[in-house]
Write a protein that binds this ligand. Structure first.
Ligand code: SF4
Ligand code: SF4
Ligand code: SF4
Length: 501
């Protein structure tokens, strides 16, 4: 997570901030590969909108109201999962929209409208919309130039990575059968996350919950690398001459980046929550939102991120077996219907696939690749992380393939619960009693296989491209990529076998 920086205590401004936050201030980020379309230049109304101070509050508020209603439905609504809006809207509709539309096309736009950090950030800032400035020379001046309430402690360095998110996500997935089907358990899980997201900002500076704890954040950060939208600085030469660095330290127009990025140097989407503060605060109008080709960010920066890729791909396969496969025994195991010892065995198996089996196999294949390529290999860690990247487009497509049947097969529940959100017998829109009608069920396997084929094509392209960056000799690079390509193909064959049957 090297572009995440924690502004130093008593950060004043200008070059000193840059020196403390970005060790190589004169090194521009590498030029982007492929085309870019500056959306804020092309659509002035969009620019006007995201520059308004009320923008984020306005998009979070409806979501927050809905979310509170979902939590209430979990407590007072029907205990039957598919008759309760919290289950149907959160775990079917939201999940589908998130993984199939928001992340691939709009990066972490969910984080722009997410209600989880709302209360914590409100208390930390002491303001809903207007940025507050610290009084010069006071103790308030702890994080850049804005004033924040609370202790403003630094997050421990040892935890400044996504390991917590890796394992908290895995833990949540282990118990998924409980909250995916039981409204009350969903309310408890989501409610607990909101409580943590509210308390942490009073202790630690800015969005530590989002950067280091939120279980959703880990895969959003990983798969936003593939997204077609990015926030970036337009011209780094402008940044070089800029003494304010307001995108980092904040000013009266915007808060310093709440996600600990130095926006002007940002070169990946991973930890940008699309909050638009840097677009507002930059006095030189140098931050913008751009459209770009799919799968443009290719740098995995640490083993924590690599493990996220292993976890996500493994869970896509495991979930496909458990929730889409014909074997009822897996659902019973996940639901603890076969007893606690059987559930423990299930949990051990579920954890060992992403933590031991897939990384172990990947390491062996990577070792074979290096031997097969010959020549002068790059350091192990460098080539390992570079070859993990192809799992990003592959994993994302695998999750889309898993999620598609959820929405088409269970879509009628959305209309039912829209009319009767609590399962109390209401019929608000006259859709409460429509029969359950799975859509395009016969076509699903074909669509899933096509999605996996697209994922494989993207992964193979990325594999050979990454290998080309590691080996300047074409023959060596092809030999290096070949075992990896076989490994990726083997994974896709597993998915295809499952979906086609
Ligand atoms: S990181 Fe998590 S809590 Fe933070 S905005 Fe994104 S989804 Fe919401
Ligand atoms: S993005 Fe704007 S505020 Fe940030 S360094 Fe560049 S010019 Fe300065
Ligand atoms: S301030 Fe800019 S770089 Fe930081 S999270 Fe918000 S949009 Fe992303």
């Amino acid at each position: 997570m090297s572009e995440i920086i924690q502004p130093a205590t008593n950060v004043p401004t200008g070059p000193e901030v840059v020196q403390k936050s970005a060790p190589t201030p004169l090194t521009p980020p590498p030029p982007p590969e492929g085309w870019r379309i500056d959306l804020l230049q092309k659509f002035p109304k969009l620019k006007w909108l995201v520059k308004q101070r009320w923008f984020q509050f306005a998009v979070i508020l409806p979501n927050l109201i809905l979310f509170i209603m979902f939590l209430m439905a979990g407590i007072w609504g029907s205990p039957v999962g598919n008759r309760n809006i919290i289950i149907v809207f959160v775990w079917i509709l939201w999940w589908f929209l998130l993984i199939s539309i928001m992340v691939p096309f709009f990066s972490r736009i969910w984080c722009t409208i997410c209600p989880f950090p709302f209360f914590g950030e409100w208390m930390q800032r002491g303001s809903l919309t207007t940025p507050k400035l610290a009084r010069p020379g006071t103790k308030d001046k702890k994080v850049g130039l804005n004033r924040y309430w609370g202790l403003n402690l630094r997050w421990p360095k040892a935890l400044s990575n996504i390991w917590v998110q890796d394992f908290s996500f895995l833990a949540l997935c282990t118990f998924s059968a409980f909250y995916l089907t039981r409204p009350l358990v969903s309310t408890i899980v989501l409610g607990a996350l909101i409580v943590v997201a509210t308390i942490l900002p009073l202790i630690f500076r800015q969005r530590v919950f989002c950067n280091y704890i939120c279980p959703v954040s880990g895969f959003l950060s990983l798969y936003s690398m593939a997204s077609m939208t990015e926030v970036r600085s337009r011209d780094y030469n402008v940044c070089l001459k800029c003494h304010d660095k307001s995108c980092l330290v904040g000013n009266e127009k915007g808060w310093g980046c709440p996600w600990f990025n130095f926006p002007s140097k940002m070169e990946r989407n991973n930890y940008c929550g699309l909050c638009m503060e840097c677009v507002k605060s930059c006095p030189h109008d140098n931050m913008t939102v751009r459209l770009r080709p799919f799968a443009s960010d290719t740098k995995i920066k640490g083993y924590d991120e690599a493990f996220k890729a292993f976890i996500m791909l493994s869970l896509a396969l495991a979930y496909s077996v458990i929730y889409l496969g014909p074997w009822g025994i897996f659902k019973s195991l996940a639901n603890m219907q076969l007893g606690v010892p059987a559930f423990i065995e299930y949990a051990i198996a579920l954890w060992s696939i992403p933590v031991v089996v897939v990384p172990g196999l990947f390491s062996i294949v990577h070792w074979i690749s290096r031997k097969f390529a010959g020549g002068q290999p790059k350091p192990w860690k460098e080539s390992f992380l570079m070859m993990v990247y192809p799992l990003v487009p592959l994993g994302l497509l695998a999750w889309i393939a898993f999620s598609l049947p959820l929405i088409f097969v269970n879509g009628s529940y959305i209309l039912m619960t829209l009319s009767d959100p609590f399962g109390w017998g209401w019929n608000l829109f006259h859709t409460a009693h429509i029969p359950w009608t799975p859509l395009f069920a016969h076509w699903m396997p074909l669509v899933q296989v096509i999605l996996m084929a697209i994922g494989l094509a993207l992964a193979l392209k990325a594999t050979f491209k990454q290998a080309g960056k590691l080996y300047s000799n074409a023959k060596e690079s092809i030999r290096f990529a070949a075992p990896m390509a076989i490994f990726m193909t083997g994974i896709v064959i597993l998915f295809v076998q499952l979906y086609a049957n």
